[in-house]
Ligand binder design. Structure first.
Ligand code: WTA
Length: 647
């Protein structure tokens, strides 16, 4: 924890660099305060103005917001289409501008202009319609980070189909569960993708998941990415190239209602299986478009690179929708940061003259360990702005990012948000905010975060749970097919305030410092996981009796996963068994969920009512002493045994 505890005493301050503010979209604290005051004085007028500035509305909206806690609707009566906003709007003025500058892991390159992207999206949209995909139907996307991923998402948006992207690192089992929950009709995949010099067998995974049963699935569309020749297909599969071969390069967008479901993205919760976060069209479009410009200060000649995969929300909002709606040139890199060498990212930045770079703290810490000689070998002077997202950034990594990557001249935007929030809510504005290493600083204008104590009193200065007191346009609308879980997950603590699941601290300047999750969700190397998911993967192994998974602070990954496992009677524990269990989790969920450490235990500490005492396990995992009250422990000897293992 020592690395993180410095957060609380951090006193360095960095005002926007000279010259940056003058050219920025938002230039001063006055700009910021004016917008906040506008939003406070008349929220409807404020949001209506933002919505009209950001999007083309085919039919204007009549009501700005309807808030019946926990349900929000935004820009009611309006009709729009985000594919139109991301593509068609730019054709007249900048059709030949590069929209996607792609680089594959093996080094292949492809520039896709706005005109070409529009054509590809239209062809696929027509192809999907030809397959019978209707507005509101769900379409799964399981692709590597290649231009086709953006094409697939926008093609769905174009015809009003609701996409559900599943990260290519998830296993066949995880894919099946998500497709079944969404009841997807079509799945768009590829033969494979490149990762660390190997091919990830996406199509094999798709076939395995369908073999295990996805009753709703009618057709699989297969792009050709990795093999020397296109893969031989089965009757339920169609080659992407064949599907679009005779389709025209234009396609009338489906003008959908502002509240039409745009996508379902599965994310981890504190209990049970991953939940399908539902985002709708208008509000999500307005906020992702606006925040991309405000937070990244995007300008027409920027080369923007967000390293996230489209399988996560960051890839949805800040690789695809936000930047493309702003007409940016987006760099897309398929592979691993260290393939073929430890300087791959820096070499890409220098060669593509990247100006805005957005990545996760875990990546920054990994680069720090690799040594500064790697970035130093490359000319990184094209960079003018740096961003981070996904987990708290420790001041040491923040300073390294600033000095070694940003040359001391680039503002850093530490952006706090979640899958559920759709877009960035707390972040510096680079021309406005004086930053402090490790703080996400202040809410964006119109956003009302607050730290509340146990009695729901606001903590103006100090620590507590982080809530959002008012709705915002890109908030999740529900959990797909599970309203109860939506209520229980976010509005159980307070019926009108959205609970984030995060703990935070606010300092004397009103700055927010995100401490981390206070529920059983963990951020492992920037990937969000539920400990319950990993537990259920472990107990699905035939020889496991019980499992408890907790996070332990880790200087590289932020949090590492420690699994306490009790085996069924008579099972001998061994190193080989440990490896077998780890492999089992990889098969059930994916390599990102593989425990960093598996500890066999004779029993798990429980309360009298039979609940596993996770707080104690967290302390045992971290090697710290618990000051907690253990009087409800059913079996103190179990705890003692775990402690002894520790010594
Ligand atoms: C954490 C990722 C500290 C937080 C966009 C949140 C952060 C969870 C930050 C959401 C940040 C995200 N500082 N913590 N700047 N950004 N988090 O849904 O715990 O994958 O609740 O969305 O990541 O993760 P998710």
């Amino acid at each position: 924890m020592s690395e993180f505890s410095t957060v609380l005493t951090e006193s360095r301050k960095f005002p926007p660099p000279p010259g940056f503010a003058e050219k920025a979209h938002l230039k001063s604290m006055d700009d910021y305060r004016r917008l906040c005051a506008e939003a406070d004085a008349n929220p409807d007028a404020y949001w209506a103005a933002r919505a009209k500035e950001e999007l083309f509305w085919q039919t204007p909206f009549s009501t700005v917001c309807e808030w019946k806690p926990p349900f929000a609707k935004w820009f009611l009566g309006g009709r729009t289409n985000l594919s139109y906003n991301a593509l068609d709007r730019h054709l007249a003025t900048q059709g030949d501008k590069v929209a996607i500058r792609f680089e594959g892991e093996p080094g292949d390159r492809r520039d896709v202009t706005y005109r070409e992207l529009h054509a590809e999206v239209c062809r696929l949209a027509n192809g999907l319609r030809a397959l019978g995909v209707k507005p509101g139907d769900r379409v799964g996307i399981y692709l590597p980070l290649i231009p086709e991923a953006a094409v697939a998402m926008l093609a769905c948006a174009r015809i009003g189909a609701t996409h559900s992207v599943v990260f290519g690192g998830f296993s066949a089992e995880a894919l099946r569960d998500r497709m079944n929950d969404a009841k997807a009709k079509v799945l768009i995949t590829s033969d494979g993708g490149w990762r660390k010099g190997h091919v990830v067998p996406l199509l094999d995974n798709v076939r395995a998941s369908i073999a295990h049963g996805i009753p709703s699935m009618e057709k699989v569309i297969v792009a050709h990415r990795t093999g020397a020749t296109p893969p031989a297909l089965q009757p339920n599969e169609v080659a992407w190239s064949e599907l679009v071969a005779s389709e025209p390069a234009s396609c009338e967008p489906e003008w959908v209602d502002s509240e039409h479901p745009l996508f379902i993205l599965y994310t981890s919760g504190s209990t049970g299986t991953p939940k399908g976060v539902l985002h709708t069209t208008g509000g999500y479009g307005v906020w992702t478009s606006l925040t991309t410009r405000w937070v990244f200060d995007l300008k027409p000649d920027d080369v923007y690179w967000c390293t996230a995969d489209v399988g996560w929300v960051t890839g949805h909002s800040y690789v695809v929708y936000g930047p493309l709606m702003n007409g940016a040139t987006v760099v897309l890199y398929e592979g691993a940061p260290t393939t073929p060498g430890p300087d791959r990212f820096w070499e890409l930045i220098a060669r593509h003259q990247v100006t805005i770079f957005y990545t996760a703290p875990t990546a920054i810490r990994a680069f720090m360990r690799l040594g500064e000689e790697h970035p130093k070998r490359h000319d990184l002077t094209s960079l003018r702005l740096l961003g981070t997202v996904g987990e708290p950034i420790n001041p040491e990594a923040w300073m390294w990012y600033r000095e070694t990557i940003g040359g001391g001249r680039c503002p850093i935007v530490d952006t706090w948000w979640q899958t559920e929030t759709g877009g960035i809510l707390i972040s510096p504005l680079p021309g406005v905010t004086t930053t402090k290493p490790g703080s996400a600083t202040l809410p964006l204008p119109g956003i009302h975060p607050a730290i509340l104590d146990k009695d729901h009193h606001e903590v103006r200065q100090g620590a507590g749970k982080l809530f959002l007191l008012k709705p915002w346009p890109s908030m999740l609308r529900t959990i797909w097919g599970n309203e109860l879980r939506f209520r229980a997950g976010y509005f159980a603590e307070h019926p009108k305030y959205y609970f984030t699941g995060d703990g935070a601290r606010r300092d004397a300047d009103g700055y927010f410092w995100i401490i981390g999750r206070v529920d059983d969700v963990v951020n492992v190397a920037g990937h969000r996981l539920g400990t319950a998911e990993v537990e259920s993967a472990l107990v699905s192994h035939p020889r496991v009796a019980e499992a408890a998974v907790v996070g332990r602070p880790d200087s590289l990954k932020g949090t590492a996963l420690v699994a306490f496992v009790t085996m069924k009677a008579g099972v001998e524990t061994s190193k080989a068994l440990e490896a077998e269990l780890a492999a089992h989790v990889t098969k059930e969920i994916g390599a990102i969920a593989r425990p960093d450490e598996i500890r066999f235990a004779a029993g798990l500490p429980k309360t009298r009512s039979g609940k596993i005492m996770r707080r104690l396990l967290r302390d045992v995992a971290a090697g710290t002493d618990s000051k907690g009250d253990t009087s409800t422990l059913e079996d103190l000897s179990v705890l003692a045994a775990l402690r002894n293992d520790e010594e």
